[in-house]
Design a protein around this ligand. Structure first.
Ligand code: FAD
Ligand code: NAD
Length: 468
């Protein structure tokens, strides 16, 4: 029996896979997507971006109602309480709506969902094991299989007492105390959720600072602000064992550089030390697809793998593990396959940490510019000097803009503050268009707005802020 044939078969329906599928269909290709999970949308939709942001928003509303209203002259008569099952149901409804939205887009664009686990057979063939069992062929095959939690040696994740981000998104009750291993994005976001809901949260970080890939000044400020909220930190520390028991998990930790051991007990331990590409069972070897030294699918800068006609995008390949990076790569690869010549500017990919306050960055950090011996100018502006931030009682943080002294182009921007995730987009655009700080401050900004802090930071690059 001959197999059903498509122009493109994509393995994985995360942001990379589903965006590519839609764009390829728009460009006239026949497209199938192999997905093993029950809901389309991948890590991001099911156990990542979407459910975590739903819980971050709900927990922030609770925290503001409980602690932030009196300052604004709002009194609450009764006790403010948490209905955790209702909060979880709200989160799930957001996930389900997103799953259904992607399913609708598949139908609208005539994309075939091959339900089951996909495996490369070589020679342009993919085998699917599951509801859509069978062998299928395509001119182009795309690996968009994403990533999975990086395990910590000697520590078993049971998703009950010792959880990954997936377990931390569905705890049945608020733990009295929680230890977070890893002070990166997941640790701080999900640590914040449970801190706001009443848990005592301690972050154990191997390095000497949290958010180690962010600008150093931002990391420091972030730690200060989170500490003010009650989050505790143990930096330069490594966890060597975690034993779950009736009275919680007993953790053994010691200084990263070696030294005396210490035991700590926690109701719940979150392991968030990073993610690694997921390619298990894909049949890469037989298909001639090679991995690099870090287990990522090797690509040539244009998404070609080492096997002809097989491509890879998203978390499975080199680059930041971000949903918008994956979806951009999906869109661009679809256009390349259609004969177009699109591009991605990897220097202009924003990163946002959705804590309170948010942290957002794009381009180079000061540390990176120094290491590359690039002469630069810094412009900084604090939200305490922004009238809108004061009206919102959200004055924590600052905007920092880095301009290359020679080319006069903005090469980096780092924001910690209210709505930083939205504010950064102006600076992403600036980098994309090769703008200078002057281009930003000659652009009229509405008043009163948080965006004026961006304009003032740009003015600060040239040494003449107005409101400070
Ligand atoms: P994935 O989303 O991982 O999708 C891969 C898909 O492939 C999955 O559905 C999987 O089931 C499927 N698959 C794998 N192998 C096979 C196979 N052999 N056969 C069939 N199907 C297969 N990023 C952001 O930009 N913003 C955020 O706010 C954010 N928050 C996050 C919060 C958490 C808790 C986590 C864990 C991640 C978060 N991320 C965030 C990262 C983001 O989720 C990933 O970068 C993004 O999902 C990567 O997209 P992808 O398409 O490469 O892979
Ligand atoms: P991460 O790389 O952001 O942070 C991991 C942290 O763990 C680092 O600070 C690292 O120094 C530390 N660490 C590593 N080994 C350790 C050890 N043995 N003991 C203690 N600390 C240790 O990884 P993550 O937070 O797990 O997130 C995984 C990926 O998911 C990231 O690449 C991130 O981009 C993505 N993500 C993005 C968002 C977002 O965009 N808002 C949210 C969540 C996740």
């Amino acid at each position: 029996m001959s197999e059903q044939a498509f122009d493109v078969i994509i393995i994985g329906a995360g942001p990379g896979g589903y965006t590519m599928a839609i764009r390829a269909a728009q460009l006239g290709m026949s497209v199938a997507v192999v997905e093993k999970d029950a809901g389309l949308g991948g890590t991001c939709t099911n156990v990542g971006c979407i459910p975590s942001k739903a819980l971050l928003h709900s927990s922030e509303l609770y925290h503001t109602a409980a602690h932030g209203f009196t300052q604004h002259g709002i009194k609450i008569a009764g006790k403010i309480d948490i209905d955790l099952p209702a909060m979880m149901a709200q989160k799930q409804s957001v996930v389900t709506a997103s799953n259904k939205g992607i399913e609708f887009l598949f139908k609208k664009n005539k994309i075939t969902w091959l339900k089951g686990f996909g495996k490369l057979l070589g020679g342009g063939k993919v085998e699917v094991d599951g509801e859509s069992k069978g062998t299928y062929s395509a001119k182009h095959i795309v690996i968009a299989t994403g990533s999975e939690v990086t395990p910590l040696k000697g520590i078993e994740i049971d998703e009950k007492q010792v959880v990954s981000s997936t377990g931390a998104l569905k705890l049945p009750s608020v733990p009295k105390n929680m230890v977070v291993i890893g002070g990166g994005v997941i640790g701080l976001e999900l640590g914040s959720v449970w801190l706001r809901l009443g848990a005592e949260v301690t972050v154990v970080e191997f390095l000497d600072r949290i958010l180690p890939t962010n600008d150093g000044e931002v990391s420091k400020q972030m730690q200060r602000v989170l500490a003010k909220q009650g989050m505790k930190f143990k930096l330069g520390t490594k966890v060597t064992a975690a034993k779950p028991g009736k009275n919680g998990v007993t953790l053994t930790m010691e200084p990263a550089a070696g030294g005396d051991k210490e035991e700590v007990t926690a109701d719940v331990v979150l392991v968030s030390i990073g993610r690694r590409p997921f390619t298990t069972g894909l049949g890469l070897e037989a298909a001639g697809v090679q991995l690099d030294e870090r287990g990522r699918v090797k690509t040539d800068g244009h998404f070609n793998t080492t096997a002809k006609g097989v491509y890879a995008i998203g978390d499975a390949i080199i680059g930041p593990m971000l949903a918008h990076k994956a979806d951009e790569e999906g869109m661009v690869l679809a256009e390349i396959l259609a004969g177009q010549k699109p591009h991605i500017n990897y220097d202009a990919i924003p990163g946002v940490v959705y804590t309170w306050p948010e942290v957002a960055s794009v381009g180079k950090t000061e540390e990176e510019l120094k290491a590359a011996s690039i002469a630069y100018k810094v412009g900084k502006f604090p939200f305490t000097a922004n009238a809108r931030a004061r009206a919102m009682t959200m004055t924590d943080g600052f905007v920092k803009i880095l301009e290359d002294e020679k080319t006069k182009k903005i090469v980096g921007a780092h924001i910690i503050g209210a709505d930083a995730g939205h504010l950064i987009q102006e600076l992403v655009m600036a980098i994309e268009f090769g703008a200078s700080a002057e281009d930003i401050y000659r652009t009229v900004h509405a008043h009163p707005a948080l965006t004026e802090a961006v304009k003032e930071a740009a003015l600060a690059v040239d040494g003449h802020t107005i409101t400070i």
